[in-house]
Ligand binder design. Structure first.
Ligand code: AMP
Length: 286
């Protein structure tokens, strides 16, 4: 496995891979990898000849009061995990190389980026789209894998790729969870023991919503109300939003139907967790 630390070298290496006819798969991450990331890497491994995993804690997607400075980092450990998962290249650039002096471009996906998490994290998805567009241009992957854990992010990237005619296939990987249902996240380590014990309620509440839907309930307000109430029964939980939207367009849905994504963001103390589930999907995962 190669480790590449500069944009210039990565471009050169990707150019050579393309010239050799290799199908290139890219998995963008912010590092501190867990099984969720590694599942995406394995998906890319199955579909591509060369798997590039980027590790970049992207400053432009963090708000001024967010956790950029304290976001967990451990490149050495990540490299070892990626070696085992079968990645070919780790691309870990520095911020001034990705955003050189004078950088002035923003990729903004209207509407989709302004709701759900976007309403509470202004500019977040601009940062995400700008860095992903840059990574796509540097690596020029044939395919790129994103997790359903960040369902809004995946939908926005898909919209960006379609709108700008980018030559990359976007693939969504399923959300990987702890045995108690908590979605894996690099931020779970911030939780106190008490908060960690309460956090599985997010998935449990979403599964409760699914069972209501499966038994014929389509009243969005009623189902979202039950999800919210289940979560608010936990003393450390503070709901930021619970919403029902179409999983692709992110348009609000008046009546629940197959393809509706129930999405939420909840604070446990200072830690903000997100989760979602898509109704009508087989296998109980979304
Ligand atoms: P991050 O490092 O948090 O920026 O995430 C990098 C990629 O991993 C994104 O596409 C995320 O959606 C995905 N990801 C994060 N957590 C999970 C999870 N628990 N299951 C599946 N994919 C995940």
């Amino acid at each position: 496995m190669e480790i590449i630390r500069t944009v210039g070298e990565m471009k050169e290496r990707a150019r050579a891979l393309r010239a050799s006819g290799a199908v290139i798969g890219l998995v963008p991450t912010m590092g501190y990898l867990h099984e969720g990331h590694l599942t995406l890497v394995r998906t890319a491994r199955e579909l591509a000849d060369s798997v590039v995993v980027s590790i970049f804690v992207n400053p432009t997607q963090f708000g001024p009061s967010e956790d950029l400075a304290t976001y967990p980092r451990d490149l050495e450990r990540d490299v070892a995990l990626l070696e085992d998962a079968g990645a070919d290249i780790v691309f870990a650039p520095e911020a001034p190389d990705v955003y050189p002096r004078g950088f002035a471009t923003v990729v903004h996906v209207q509407r989709l980026g302004e709701k759900l998490c976007g309403a509470f994290r202004p500019g977040h998805f601009d940062g995400v789209c700008t860095v992903v567009a840059k990574l796509f241009e540097v690596v020029r992957p044939d395919l790129s894998v994103f997790g359903q854990k960040d369902g809004q992010q995946a939908a926005i990237i898909e919209r960006m790729v379609e709108d700008l005619g980018m030559d990359v296939q976007v693939i969504r990987g399923p959300t990987v969870r702890e045995p108690d249902g908590l979605a894996l996240s690099s931020r779970n380590g911030y939780l106190s023991d008490e908060e960690r014990a309460e956090a599985p309620v997010l998935h449990a509440a979403l599964e409760h919503a699914r069972s209501l839907y499966d038994s014929g309930e389509t009243d969005t307000a009623r189902v979202l109300g039950e999800v919210r109430a289940m979560i608010e029964a936990k003393p450390h939980a503070e709901v930021q939003y619970v919403s029902a939207v179409d999983w692709k367009s992110l348009d609000d849905v008046a009546e629940l139907r197959a393809g509706t994504m129930l999405a939420l963001a909840v604070f446990f103390g200072k830690t903000r967790l997100i989760d979602n589930l898509v109704l009508g999907e087989a296998g109980g995962e979304g």
